[in-house]
Ligand binder design. Structure first.
Ligand code: ATP
Ligand code: MG
Length: 569
């Protein structure tokens, strides 16, 4: 994609691509199959949402919005041991932050547990479900394999009455966890293993975050999902491709039960990004092993991590639109996401001057106690963003990287005996370097040319470079947390040994904290989550959790240019 194209699509709302789901919905509406489109986003509250979920959110809420329909937010909370209110709160916040509004109240599959339990009893009464006492190990053996049929459980032909009695006793808590399960009676020889008498209810003696101790049997995800869609009148139930093989089961339950609506399931390919992992289980490992500082660590590919890192919600939406929707699995390049992050901030972030590694510069010909208020435009291309005052004084800081005692012509910054322009200020000339006993430069003495404010030097010799600076007495101390990609390998999941191999691919340079940075005063008087371009350094955000006016903390969102771009191309 060219930068120009992307500017056009990200500066307004993203352009609508004509994907297969959109076409399907159009056909259904044209054919009068439904009056209104009803979608849902159905997270399990067992972790924080990640960039892959952002794709599913943009898709569900975006389709509903574009077709004047509705989208529900429903927690598919069938796994109480792994779920928590913390996750519910975080997910809810993330969906809102991404810019979407759900229809009505937040919904919970657990609020349909009474109905699901009645439907399970109905399957039993219809001879379509039975209580099975096989152990997990035995059940695996009876299930067969991809190439061989399974065999019937010895409990498959229990009478309706016996099944009713056993299920009532399961529900009353008479049996231990794992003693028995309720299974749908479908076909142990079905080529699709999902249809080989799947479990629909398990005994779980755990308290549920929504239903408390009301239940000690819980419906499985497969038994819950489609019926919840039907209860809510969902028209198009979209999910990722790994559920394709579950679709026949989804339909079997809807046909076997007197559900109030007939939703349809459609699958699309999940988003995979290089240089990261998008599995809640693996992300949880990173948190539990303290590899990162939490789910919202700015290096995490979670929505809350990216938010804290300073990614704009609009950038995520533009990215999700740009990657499109297909049924082909692939891996998207991280630099594409980063492109949209830069692109948004380049347009919207005010500029600021910050020195990450300060080196003192004394202007020997500048009046001792003078403080001059210079002005700097907040955005070089957008005068509507206004300007701010930049106090200029005799003693300044510049970055250590911006000074050399001697250098060749390629170095367009400050060199002894040469000139450089201070951004928004004067041209200065370096006269003398003061060094410590190790030969490190600790201070530079320079002279300034008073005739060069907004003007070229009178001698006509223009300095080649422009560098940022901060007044030593008027500037403020800030902490800058420099973040980079969390993994240094392109495919972290293929690194190391086994399931935890991805932990060996952590980028050791992904987090460096600088506590001695100096910044122009503006940065001590902003709000958490404000993003700035630190000139010549990149985009930085006032940390959502830790920024205070007393102790300003900024996170590096991203550099000005892609430092990961392949060198050889
Ligand atoms: P994970 O595999 O990370 O544990 P999940 O699929 O179990 O994720 P859910 O909470 O069930 O997580 O996901 C909610 C919705 O988001 C589902 O419809 C799921 O298909 C979708 N989703 C999850 N991961 C991705 C992804 N990488 N790309 C697109 N959609 C995704
Ligand atoms: Mg899932």
């Amino acid at each position: 994609m060219t930068a120009e194209n992307a500017t056009a699509s990200a500066s307004s709302e993203p352009a609508k691509s004509n994907n297969f789901l959109r076409q399907r919905i159009e056909q259904d509406l044209d054919a009068g199959a439904m009056k209104k489109v009803v979608m849902r986003f159905p997270p399990e509250p067992n972790g924080y949402l990640h960039i892959g979920h952002a794709k599913a959110i943009c898709l569900n809420f975006g389709l509903a919005r574009d077709f004047n329909g509705e989208c529900n937010l429903r927690f598919d909370d069938t796994n109480p041991e792994k779920e928590s209110d913390e996750y519910i709160a975080a997910i809810t916040e993330d969906v809102k932050w991404l810019g979407f509004e759900w229809n009505g109240e937040i919904r919970y599959a657990s609020s349909y547990f009474e109905q699901l339990h009645l439907w399970a009893q109905q399957l039993i009464a219809d001879g379509k479900a039975y209580v099975c006492d096989l152990s997990a190990q035995e059940a695996r053996e009876y299930r067969g394999t991809l190439t061989s049929a399974g065999s019937n459980s010895p409990h498959r032909d229990r009478s309706v009455e016996e099944n009713q009695d056993l299920f009532a006793r399961m529900t009353a808590g008479e049996f231990d966890e794992g003693a028995c399960v309720l299974r749908a009676k479908i076909d142990m020889a079905a080529p699709n293993i999902n249809l080989r008498d799947p479990i629909i209810y398990r005994i779980r003696k755990v308290v549920h975050h929504q239903t408390g101790d009301r239940w000690c049997v819980y419906p499985t995800y497969d038994f819950t999902h489609g019926q919840s869609d039907a209860i809510e009148g969902i028209t198009h139930s979209i999910c990722t491709l790994e559920f394709e093989d579950h679709r026949p089961l989804y339909e079997w339950f809807l046909n076997a039960l007197p559900v109030p609506a007939q939703p349809h399931q459609y699958e699309f390919s999940r988003l995979n990004l290089n240089y990261t992992v998008t599995s809640k289980r693996k992300l949880k490992r990173l948190v539990d092993e303290a590899v990162v500082a939490g789910w919202d660590d700015p290096r995490m590919p979670t929505i809350s991590g990216m938010r804290r890192r300073g990614y704009a919600a609009a950038s995520l939406r533009s990215f999700c639109e740009a990657i499109g929707v297909t049924r082909v699995n692939g891996v998207v390049d991280m630099s594409m996401l980063e492109f949209f992050v830069r692109e948004h901030h380049n347009l919207h972030a005010p500029r600021a001057m910050v020195v990450l590694k300060p080196l003192k510069v004394v202007l020997t010909n500048y009046p001792d106690d003078q403080v001059e208020q210079l002005t700097g435009a907040n955005h070089p291309q957008n005068p509507a963003m206004g300007s701010r005052q930049l106090p200029f004084t005799k003693t300044l800081y510049i970055d250590q990287e911006d000074f050399r005692e001697s250098a060749n012509k390629k170095f367009k910054r400050l060199v002894l005996g040469k000139k450089v322009r201070l951004r928004n200020a004067y041209v200065i000339m370096a006269e003398k370097a003061i060094t410590d006993e190790h030969g490190n430069v600790t201070e530079v003495h320079a002279t300034y040319d008073p005739a060069t404010l907004g003007e070229d030097p009178p001698d006509g010799v223009k300095p080649k470079g422009v560098i940022q600076w901060v007044s030593a007495s008027e500037g403020i101390n800030i902490t800058v947390r420099e973040y980079d990609r969390l993994f240094s390998a392109e495919a972290p999941e293929q690194e190391g040994e086994g399931d935890d191999g991805f932990l060996t691919a952590i980028n050791p340079q992904s987090f460096v904290e600088h506590t001695q940075c100096v910044a122009e005063p503006t940065l001590g008087n902003t709000e958490p989550e404000s993003v700035f371009q630190f000139e010549r350094e990149g985009y930085f955000v006032a940390d959502r959790n830790d920024y205070t006016k007393q102790r300003p903390v900024f996170n590096k969102t991203i550099g000005l240019r892609d430092s990961w771009a392949k060198q050889d191309s």
